[in-house]
Design a protein around this ligand. Structure first.
Ligand SMILES: [Zn+2]
Length: 420
């Protein structure tokens, strides 16, 4: 059974808010439909009741998101309507609803049809928008102190990730949430990392190669390739498109003292600083730093520079990216001379707090330590190689774009939501 509402043509100053107050028993066609005039509201909306909730959708949005073949390419899943002919003042002519769809005829006689579940999934209510943002868009980050590291660092099995989508999903979900996970029982092979990364997407290639070997090297191109203390840092802050996730496969761990990893959640540290040291926090969010890496690797010259603060915020004030590296901080200071010393004090405090909040642990052969390179600082205590025991890690980067993309594909497949 369909319901038709013929709406009067309206002048621009007397627009209509349509209230389709649909409730009751669809099988018995008991509908209550109200039209509500709203002279003060500049925009027009269609309002529907679905699953006991009232949902409003702007006319202009509905018209823009018409799913017909003229407006939306089905196989490309992309909008193809002609923007040069698009009317933001588009008006409703008729609205028709049944159990599963809403059909609208517009004032230019174009007709659009929307699934109710499809609309619900795109609901404008703040609670529905938040739910979508925190699930399919990106999982909510949970911040941690080093003392909680054993609880938050989940362990995942290499073969399960390679062979099972549930295991792959759980690994990526934990990584997005806590910024660190451990993969265990990895084969002792130079291509084991590729097996995991192929499950996600693509390796991020940098001037250190497709993959990179971390072992003690004299005359190195990077201080990470030494056995002395490696101060906590993020990798490659001098890249505007900084690698999102770092994967370190431990092939050989040192049996001697040292070689422990240090990891600190800078989102936790930033939160702490914002509350307890607001001035220092502000300086670190506002002062540009020039990150740099200059040299030659595998015969390729590089001269990388990128300016960005230590703590980068998005427009909501949430931490978006952390940049920190003593060796990779350039000597050009792009700010005023007065800001230099206060900035150094804030920068020192940030590091001190991260050391205080850091977790310390030692990976073993067969572990892949996976961590968020734009959220965590990582470092390593000094160690000593001995004959027959040369510490060796193999590393690779993957971008968050690839990880979030795979995670969404898996969610859509494993936990389908109607209307997705
Ligand atoms: Zn259309």
């Amino acid at each position: 059974m369909l319901q038709n509402i013929l709406l009067r043509r309206l002048s621009a100053t007397n627009r209509l808010k349509v209230h389709l107050d649909l409730f009751g028993d669809f099988k018995h066609n008991k509908f209550h439909i109200n039209s509500v005039f709203n002279k003060s509201n500049k925009d027009d909306f269609v309002e529907i009741k679905f699953q006991g909730k009232s949902l409003r959708f702007p006319n202009v949005w509905l018209r823009d998101n018409c799913q017909c073949e003229q407006c939306f390419h089905q196989s490309a899943k992309s909008r193809i309507l002609d923007l040069s002919k698009f009317n933001v003042d588009v008006q409703l002519k008729t609205v028709v609803q049944d159990e599963t769809t809403v059909q609208i005829t517009w004032d230019d006689n174009h007709s659009s049809k929307y699934g109710l579940h499809w609309l619900k999934f795109r609901s404008f209510t703040p609670e529905d928008q938040l739910k979508y943002t925190n699930t399919l868009y990106q999982p909510v980050k949970k911040l941690w102190h080093g003392e909680d590291f054993q609880k938050i660092c989940s362990k995942h099995d290499y073969n399960k990730i390679v062979n099972c989508d549930d295991a792959l999903h759980n690994w990526l979900q934990d990584l997005a949430t806590y910024g660190v996970v451990l993969i265990q029982n990895t084969p002792h092979s130079n291509i084991a990392l590729d097996g995991i990364i192929e499950r996600v997407g693509f390796i991020k290639r940098t001037h250190y190669g497709v993959k990179f070997v971390v072992e003690n090297v004299a005359n190195t191109s990077n201080v990470a390739y030494l056995s002395s203390n490696l101060q906590m840092h993020v990798d490659l802050p001098y890249y505007e498109y900084c690698p999102g996730v770092n994967m370190l496969h431990c092939l050989v761990q040192t049996v001697s003292e040292g070689g422990e990893n240090l990891l600190a959640d800078c989102h936790y540290t930033s939160c702490y600083m914002k509350e307890h040291h607001p001035e220092e926090y502000k300086l670190l969010t506002e002062t540009d730093v020039e990150w740099s890496d200059v040299g030659v690797e595998h015969g390729n010259e590089f001269f990388k520079l990128y300016r960005s603060p230590v703590i980068c915020l998005d427009r909501h004030g949430a931490v978006k990216r952390i940049n920190f590296s003593v060796p990779q901080r350039g000597s050009h200071f792009p700010g005023s001379i007065e800001t230099v010393k206060p900035w150094y004090e804030a920068h020192g405090l940030f590091y001190e707090l991260n050391q205080k909040f850091a977790a310390k642990f030692k990976t073993k052969a067969g572990d892949i330590l996976v961590f968020d390179n734009i959220r965590l600082l990582h470092g390593r205590n000094a160690y000593e190689d001995k004959s027959g025991n040369v510490r060796k890690l193999l590393g690779a980067y993957v971008d968050w774009d690839e990880i979030y993309s795979r995670l969404r594909c898996l969610k859509a497949k494993l936990y389908p939501v109607e209307g997705i």
